[in-house]
Design a protein around this ligand. Sequence first.
Ligand code: ADP
Length: 398
Amino acid sequence: MKILVINAGSSSLKYQLIDMETEVAIAKGGCERIGLDGSFCKHKANGKEATIQSAMPTHKEAIQVVLNALVDKEHGAISSMEEIDAVGHRIVHSGEEFNDSVLLTDDTMATIESLSELAPLHQPANIIGVKACQAIMPNVPMVGVFDTAFHSSMPEKAYIYGIPYDAYKDYKIRRYGFHGTSHRFVSAEAAKYLGREGDNDFKVITLHLGNGSSISAVKGGKSIDTSMSFTPLGGVPMGTRSGDLDPAIVEFIANKYNMTLAETINYLNKKSGVSGLSGVSSDFRDLRNAAAEGNHRAQLALDVFTYSCRKYLGGYAAALGGVDCVVFTAGIGEHDGGVRMSIIEDLEYMGIVVDKTKNDNLADGICEISAEGSRVKVLVIPTNEELVIARDTQRLAK
Ligand code: ADP
């Protein structure tokens, strides 16, 4: 079985074709500048990379470019479109309507569309991607896999805010959480690795630290709390997002800088985080280089980030009533040993003992960086959100 995984953004579309026998991506790539001049697709298969320049006024043309690339004699991966058995789509928001991935039918699509208000930038783009795909492949089953669904298991006390309950009743204002496919994948991989699959008492804290970052508390394979919130703006400071703030700051900033509410939210989403703090970059490699050269604000950005992560780690250990395993994943979590160390050093009293040599010398795949005898295991696990989407698609498309 071969499954096409699609992640559609407003002007981009990323894809992977996954062979489910081996669970390996046999082709992958992305279209950029959809709806703009100069649109192109970067496509990789068989160890070769091609850049395809093609007009893509809408996502429909982009999907057609992807399908053409996949069956191309020279840089394709399959001989005909018929080999694609199902398509899995990343969808941001499941609201309170779905607690699992779902087969995309007229009914479920209508529900997904009704949730656009909760993710006005991303959900409509995801929907456009699904519709474009359905138009070109009308007989291929399609499945939607949500960023939020894994967190639907959070208890009420974790998702309700301290504002009048009517705000929840009337407008569903609550914590939803994001990066669910990643937290689900790495927490399940950790359970498998440590022989704790199916153990309802297995307590993991997963740190997905990338351009967007979120931290989750997972007990027995279920999310019980997570740092991102009503939108992905909440939680720890990120590349360009502020993370948690005193809500009164929003009005204060708007007044001082003479910005509208929308401009202020944009400022918190795009101009803040470690980028705004450091004035250097949102990329941790740049921050580290600048900090090594004595740039105080770059070091401060790193410190604010790791300190915030550390507070979530402690908070979630308390929320879980203990912790068996800490998992680092995503761009920073997988590659920045310095960040990992700052978050988990000097936590011996919590049963976390790190092996510095292991932390500095990772191999491929799952790596254990806790010291021999550390009560809490600390793992670095490469995330694979596309594989989760493909597996769910296989399960539901059957
Ligand atoms: P996204 O949220 O875009 O999926 P990723 O999980 O790919 O993000 O993470 C991207 C971020 O990971 C980069 O912005 C950078 O900060 C960080 N990163 C990637 N590689 C390294 C590295 N070798 N060392 C430190 N940080 C890295």
